[in-house]
Design a protein around this ligand. Structure first.
Ligand SMILES: Cc1cc2nc3c(=O)[nH]c(=O)nc-3n(C[C@H](O)[C@H](O)[C@H](O)COP(=O)(O)OP(=O)(O)OC[C@H]3O[C@@H](n4cnc5c(N)ncnc54)[C@H](O)[C@@H]3O)c2cc1C
Length: 381
């Protein structure tokens, strides 16, 4: 393993405390969380007390003033332990930053302290039943009415969908103007006319509440408009780079963990009088996976450095998301094979990781969309 140079000693101290906390307070509850389809709100409040939510938020806004590497550490430890139900990365890395970057002073004062303490859980409401990859095709509308906007529409596949108190939500404010007619709002889920739909039954990530959300004449005060009217599409595009690094970080950490579990298993399990590890096929598979993970890890760490320096472009972030999530799923699939029938049993972490890894090639922009972004960047000259 090539030593990682992106982190400092403080990050490793943070990593140890996050891991210890998750082992004590999350791992023992994970089976129950899977059954109930969501984690307990308590774990969010505990995380808030420990400073694990939005750690990169500036101190003047109530955060710890660390940089995104602290978010990365929390994210990696969640995925290393297979705790895909814990939606802190979506909250800290993806949704809350919209408030920090585009929120009015009033909105920042009203919501950010709760985002840090865990009393306010955020979600990102982009996808709709009729529009996922093609965000210009959303049909939720927001119409000005005095000091408010009135929102109507529906969202689906929303991470933290049941637990969320506040949704960073995209809507059309000028339906005839395509991408130039989209705005982004902060919508409280307790608002009149806002309802949460079914907690969707998924193939993996079973402790994650992913759900539909519906809006009927929901009145949102104008101070909850993020940035400028009709400028939302640009904000979404620029924020997606961080979202993609967040997903990639979980993917590579998950892949490392699964490979580690497999290396241990194949040295124990025997067939034809030898360990599974003694077969050359096993050694070759392990070598291929380790090589793929090392390449993905090294590239991703460089992307993390660029992100922290404010220099990460959309195409490079897309390459990180594409490569990391493809590697994660390939590694999980090969590891399930090496575990044999046990690899298909839910009680084995490798089986859960395999199911969790599948969706990573679909969400945060599908991997086909990543290729579009990379291809367009190559051809733009
Ligand atoms: C577990 C989970 C959690 C999610 N969390 C959130 C969330 O928190 N917030 C949110 O807003 N959304 C969320 N999503 C939605 C996710 O981002 C979308 O599912 C994803 O963007 C794809 O959109 P779609 O499902 O509508 O597929 P479609 O857009 O219908 O795509 C179907 C297929 O066509 C391909 N395709 C589409 N366009 C092109 C093209 N131009 N060229 C080539 N191929 C193309 C896609 O890659 C895909 O393979 C989540 C989804 C899941 C499953």
């Amino acid at each position: 393993m090539i030593p990682r140079t992106v982190f400092e000693e403080d990050h490793e101290i943070l990593r140890r405390s996050v891991r210890e906390f998750l082992l004590e307070e999350a791992v023992p509850h994970n089976d129950r969380w899977e059954e109930q389809g969501q984690v307990d709100r308590k774990i969010w409040l505990q995380a808030g007390e420990m400073g694990l939510l939005c750690p990169d938020l500036p101190e003047d806004l109530g955060g710890l003033g660390l940089d995104f590497r602290a978010n990365a550490v929390v994210n990696e430890e969640i995925w290393r332990l297979g705790l895909s139900g814990i939606g802190w990365p979506l909250h800290s890395d993806i949704a809350a930053p919209y408030i920090t970057r585009y929120g009015t002073d009033e909105a920042k004062a009203e919501y950010l302290p709760g985002c840090v303490s865990g009393e306010i859980i955020t979600a990102l409401g982009l996808t709709e039943p009729g529009a996922g990859s093609d965000l210009q095709g959303i049909s939720t509308t927001a119409v000005e009415d005095g000091d408010h906007f009135v929102l109507n529409g529906s969202k689906t596949f929303i991470t933290n969908g049941q637990l969320s108190d506040l949704v960073v939500l995209a809507a059309k404010t000028d339906p005839a103007a395509g991408a130039k007619g989209i705005s982004v709002f902060l919508v409280e889920t307790a608002s009149d006319g806002f309802t949460k739909g079914t907690n969707l039954k998924k193939v993996g990530m079973k402790a994650q509440d992913t759900s539909e959300q519906f809006l009927v004449d929901v009145r949102v005060p104008k101070r909850n408009l993020l940035g400028q009217l009709n400028a939302g599409f640009g904000y979404l595009m620029s924020e997606l780079a961080q979202e993609r690094i967040s997903v990639a970080l979980g993917a590579v950490a998950g892949a490392e963990a699964v490979l580690e579990q497999t290396v241990a298993y194949v040295q124990e399990r025997k067939a034809f009088g030898k360990t599974i590890a003694a077969f050359q096929n096993t050694q070759f598979k392990l070598a291929e996976m380790d090589t793929d993970i090392s390449l993905a890890r090294t590239f991703l760490d460089r992307c993390l450095e660029l992100l922290v320096a404010g220099k990460l472009d959309a195409a490079t972030a897309a390459k990180a998301k594409l490569s990391a999530t493809e590697v994660y799923h390939r590694v999980c699939d090969e590891c399930v094979q090496l575990f044999g029938g046990y690899g298909y049993m839910w009680e084995y972490p490798v089986a859960r990781a395999w199911a969790d890894s599948r969706v990573q090639r679909i969400y945060a922009g599908s991997n086909e969309v990543m290729k579009l972004i990379i291809g367009r960047d190559l051809l733009k000259g």
